[in-house]
Design a protein around this ligand. Structure first.
Ligand SMILES: [Zn+2]
Length: 207
């Protein structure tokens, strides 16, 4: 019989269980919806030291946002309705370096990544835009540069799609929600924030 990883997970779970007498984690700190790539090497709860009750996580291959993404609407509503009501809430979309989805997109097999029409459309649009710019500027044969541009353009498309959601638009206008676009370095764990004015990534610092 093949070695079953689930047995090892059960042992880890037993070691991680809280004592029966301990209270459940406090829910009064939910401040963030974190939408990131489903890449198994990434652990946003560890990279950002999120405490229980602070973040909703949504993860999918590539950290892509659909223009009418119901999952995100539900998460944003839940975030806005959760206490404390007087605090600014945040929504983070985080792409990352060395993303297998974006590398596949760069290497021309976007159609094989997913049968889902939206994923193909998102990636094909982004790839088309990047290669158009590459042709003009002459870096189409530089795979590292193409990947960097795919990271940026994919995030920009997701951010634009996010702002088409009425619940998000309303929360931004009323000053209840702030949107952040990030690039996480898969190796160093450094975070680079998208500067909305220059549309370039800059090392994340509090301004
Ligand atoms: Zn990825």
């Amino acid at each position: 019989m093949k070695n079953d990883f689930m047995k090892e997970l059960l042992l880890r779970h037993k070691l991680a269980m809280a004592p029966e007498s301990s209270a459940p984690p406090d829910y009064h700190h939910q401040m963030v919806v974190y939408l990131g790539c489903a890449d198994r090497r990434l652990k946003p709860e560890e990279h950002l030291k999120f405490q229980p009750g602070e973040a909703f996580y949504l993860r999918n291959p590539g950290a892509l946002v659909h223009p009418q993404d119901e999952n995100i609407e539900v998460m944003v509503e839940a975030l806005l309705e959760s206490p404390p009501h007087d605090k600014l809430k945040h929504l983070i979309i985080s792409v990352h370096t060395d993303c297998l989805i974006l590398k596949a997109c760069r290497d021309g097999c976007g159609d094989k990544i997913s049968r889902r029409r939206y994923v193909k459309k998102h990636l094909n649009n982004v790839h088309h835009e990047v290669m158009k710019e590459a042709k003009t500027k002459g870096w189409g044969n530089d795979p590292a540069k193409v990947l960097k541009e795919l990271e940026k353009k994919s995030l920009l498309q997701s951010l634009a799609n996010l702002e088409t959601l009425p619940v998000v638009q309303k929360a931004i206008v009323e000053g209840n929600l702030k949107i952040h676009g990030w690039l996480l370095d898969t190796h160093t764990r450094n975070i680079y924030a998208m500067n909305p004015d220059t549309q370039e990534f800059e090392l994340w610092v509090i301004i």
